[in-house]
Design a protein around this ligand. Structure first.
Ligand code: SF4
Length: 539
């Protein structure tokens, strides 16, 4: 392996605001430099230490990659020089030894925390952002603590690192990261060896080659991270995240699990969020699509979106114990549908085909209800009596979208009757108001929510209608760094089914791109709570 470059090179490291990359070995530095040069559309870059406009907080401020040398002494010295440099962002890149099961040579490791030989921990909040960018580039990536050990054969250090939760070890990161001195910093390592595939065994060098290749391929993601670094303002929408119906539904499943000796089944996703479902699965809930998957006599929870009467009947026929987590505001729409139908009305339900809430509501009277998804659908309505038309709405629609359809309906059937009170629920309305408030001040809006969450998707559309770029993300890993480049104010909200923790994680990750000033725009306050069904009240 090569030795370090001239240590004095660090004195002129990177231009003001640029990206400084510290790689211990020349081979590692060359691999990263070529990756960054590729990202910048360059043609080479192996010989020199500097590069073009791949990174930099100022946009196009350039990058510089330097071989800083192996081990503690050289890394400490490099950190001192790095501290004095004008670089705007720091990346530490190189190879590492994999510790955790599942790591293979060539895999990339993005450090969430760097652990020193003395146990000191330095967190790297931007890790999920860089890891997500790398994954979208098709690379195998692991996120977790990386520990620095004293030498290649420091078996005791590796053992301590494992005890401290590290997934990989290196010999430099905990020293080099001190040189970042508060600037945005990431640690990116590529696995060259693992306990099953040590480097100094026959065939072990293949791991080193795979690691160098991965470092090169990581160049574009590293450049994207550097380009997104900047101090920025974060604007939180209020209210955001869980509504009363979602909190109630989750609590119902939790209480059912607490009081159950046997598995608790949940028909469909209890609420439309992957994190909520995964968390309840971990606690023992079994999610099924249909009732035939539930064993005879078992307990099944109906989701917050409600079910058609036919589903309740089937559950009764099969002797299932049912607990109904239907949101009371969805149940209200069902009751309105039954009332209109029994009064002889043709009921037009404004909503989206295939959504569970819509299927459940239409199931109240399939022969007397019609779905309207667009204003054009109104022309297909053929009521027996034009004076006996009523309309209802899915609870999570956007007010603008629903309003256009209602206008078309009233134009054709002026006497059409609507719901007694708004079907679009308070939580949907409030979250749309608050996203409009942040959209007016933001360069980009991030909406936390899963892809099948209707109210979350409406928040994206509402922000877009307000004239701002908006993106739906399940969590931090979905954020494309390019969305943030040049965005000095980032608005954040969350759909009614998205956990508040996701918003906290997004803010924390953004703090890894530069200092973050957090503000909030509160469009409404909420104090609504719904009671629990009797089946779980005592649990
Ligand atoms: S979004 Fe509205 S209707 Fe849906 S669960 Fe929440 S409160 Fe109930």
């Amino acid at each position: 392996m090569s030795g370090p470059d001239d240590p004095n090179d660090m004195a002129g490291l990177s231009g003001p605001g640029g990206l400084a990359v510290c790689a211990p070995l020349r081979l590692e530095a060359r691999a990263v430099r070529r990756g960054l040069t590729d990202a910048a559309g360059g043609t080479g870059g192996a010989a020199g230490g500097t590069g073009g406009a791949a990174g930099g907080t100022g946009g196009g401020a350039g990058f510089e990659v330097l071989a800083t040398g192996m081990g503690a002494r050289r890394s400490r010295a490099a950190a001192e020089r790095l501290r004095a440099s004008a670089a705007g962002a720091v990346a530490i890149a190189g190879t590492c030894g994999g510790l955790a099961p599942g790591l293979e040579p060539g895999d990339l490791v993005v450090a969430t925390v760097v652990i020193g030989p003395d146990g000191r921990r330095v967190s790297c909040p931007a890790a999920p952002l860089l890891a997500g960018q790398l994954r979208r580039a098709g690379l195998r990536v692991h996120e977790g603590p990386v520990a620095t050990v004293r030498g290649l054969h420091d078996a005791a250090g590796r053992s301590r690192a494992l005890d401290r939760g590290a997934i990989a070890v290196d010999m430099e990161s905990s020293y080099l990261i001190d040189g970042a001195a508060g600037r945005p910093a990431v640690v990116l390592r590529a696995v060259s060896d693992t306990p099953r595939r040590p480097l100094l065994r026959p065939g072990g060098m293949a791991g080193g080659v795979a690691a160098l290749r991965s470092l090169r391929l990581a160049g574009p993601a590293l450049a994207a991270w550097a380009a997104a670094t900047s101090p920025r303002q974060v604007l939180l929408a209020g209210p955001r995240s869980f509504c009363a119906g979602v909190e109630r539904a989750i609590e119902i499943v939790e209480r059912a699990l607490d009081g159950a000796a046997a598995p608790v089944y949940v028909r469909k996703q209890i609420v439309h969020n992957t994190h909520v479902v995964a968390g309840l699965e971990q606690r023992g809930a079994v999610f099924v699509d249909e009732l035939h998957e539930v064993p005879q006599g078992a307990t099944v929870v109906f989701s917050a979106h409600g079910v058609a009467p036919a589903v309740r009947s089937e559950a009764g026929r099969r002797g299932l114990d049912t607990i109904d987590a239907t949101c009371p505001l969805v149940a209200k729409v069902h009751a309105e549908a039954r009332r209109f139908v029994s009064d002889g009305y043709l009921v037009a339900l404004i909503g989206h085909a295939g959504h569970e809430e819509v299927e459940g509501t239409l199931g109240e009277a399939p022969g007397a209800m019609r779905l309207l998804q667009t204003p054009a659908d109104v022309t297909a309505l053929e009521p027996a009596d034009p004076d006996k038309v009523a309309y209802l709405m899915q609870t999570t629609l956007s007010a603008e979208e629903a309003g256009e359809i209602v206008d078309a309906l009233l134009e054709r059937f002026p006497s059409a009757r609507g719901p007694g009170s708004d079907d679009i629920c308070y939580a949907t309305t409030n979250r749309q108001r608050s996203v409009r408030a942040i959209a007016a001040e933001s360069d980009v809006v991030l909406v936390a929510g899963s892809a099948n969450s209707s109210n979350s998707k409406r928040l994206v559309e509402t922000a877009e209608r307000a004239g701002v770029r908006a993106y739906l993300i399940d969590d931090t890993g979905d954020i494309e760094l390019g969305w943030l480049t040049g965005a000095s104010t980032v608005g954040i909200t969350a759909g009614a089914s998205a956990p508040p923790a996701v918003v906290s994680q997004i803010v924390a990750a953004l703090s890894g791109l530069g200092s973050v000033q957090v503000g909030e725009r509160v469009a409404a306050t909420e104090s609504i709570r719904f009671g629990l069904p009797k089946e779980v009240r005592q649990s």
